[in-house]
Ligand binder design. Structure first.
Ligand code: ADP
Ligand code: MG
Length: 231
């Protein structure tokens, strides 16, 4: 599902560097990315999604060698195969909740908005308990409800891979558990591969594997990945 080989990445105007000899994440599994702030967790999500390009090395995601695609092909790949939940949700205030969920279909010509997609959006909304909020704007929702909208938007295309960046970072404990239940129920039913950045060690037992980014910053020839089984 995800296969990284001899990956090196640095930002042009920063001394941050990420170097990963090898990392594999199997299809249909759930993996947590943990590590200190600034250790490159968000950067790696962006490399896996093809939003960033590595300096050297290869990224294979869902069987596609992302690092060999043209810009246009990479965008089409991302839109159809990857669901993204950002830490700040990034909902659009001028759109209703329903239109936020449908956003991928409104902004990407490769996706066609058919009536059954609107039905799917409503089904997803019902599943996460926001049916009565579909005509509202994001600011008229609670944090937990906004996060549910972001999850619905990320999975509206039924992507084989879901990448979430600290999906519970802004939530109180009750909403945190609700959103995690929603995420894990969804990926189990749909067979989606889930990779989630988290700094919340209290939720690690939900994941099948944990990748600790401290292992990418060791010195020496073996500075590769460790895919530690979750406790
Ligand atoms: P994490 O998600 O683990 O907190 P990030 O991947 O966001 O870490 O960032 C890793 C490092 O790269 C940080 O030192 C950050 O300041 C730097 N960084 C992130 N984005 C950029 C950027 N667009 N340009 C330059 N440096 C960046
Ligand atoms: Mg981050």
């Amino acid at each position: 599902m995800i296969e990284l080989r001899d990956l090196a990445f640095s930002y042009p105007d920063s001394d941050f560097g990420l170097s990963i000899t090898g990392l594999e994440i199997a299809a249909g599994t759930t993996t947590a990315f943990i590590g200190p702030s600034g250790s490159g967790k968000t950067t790696l999500l962006n490399l896996i999604a093809g939003i960033l390009e590595p300096d050297t090395g290869s990224v294979r995601t869902n069987g596609t060698l992302v690092t060999e695609l043209s810009d246009r092909a990479r965008r089409a790949f991302r839109v159809t195969e990857i669901g993204l939940v950002f830490q700040e949700f990034e909902l659009l205030e001028y759109l209703t909740v329903l239109d936020n969920i449908l956003l991928p279909y409104r902004i990407n010509p490769v996706l066609k908005l058919q009536p059954e997609i609107v039905e799917r959006a409503k089904t997803l909304a019902a599943r996460v308990g926001i049916t009565d909020k579909l005509r509202r704007r994001p600011r008229q929702l609670s944090q937990g409800e906004r996060q549910r909208v972001a999850v619905c938007r990320a999975v509206i295309t039924d992507p084989p891979l879901l990448l979430t960046d600290e999906p519970t970072g802004n939530l109180d404990p009750l909403n945190r558990e609700t959103v995690l239940d929603i995420l894990f129920d969804y990926v189990r039913d749909a067979g989606t591969t889930l990779v989630s950045v988290t700094h919340d060690h209290g939720i690690l037992e939900r994941f099948e594997a944990v990748v600790d980014f401290r292992s990418f910053h060791e010195i020496g020839p073996d500075s590769g990945s460790e895919l530690d089984p979750a406790r």
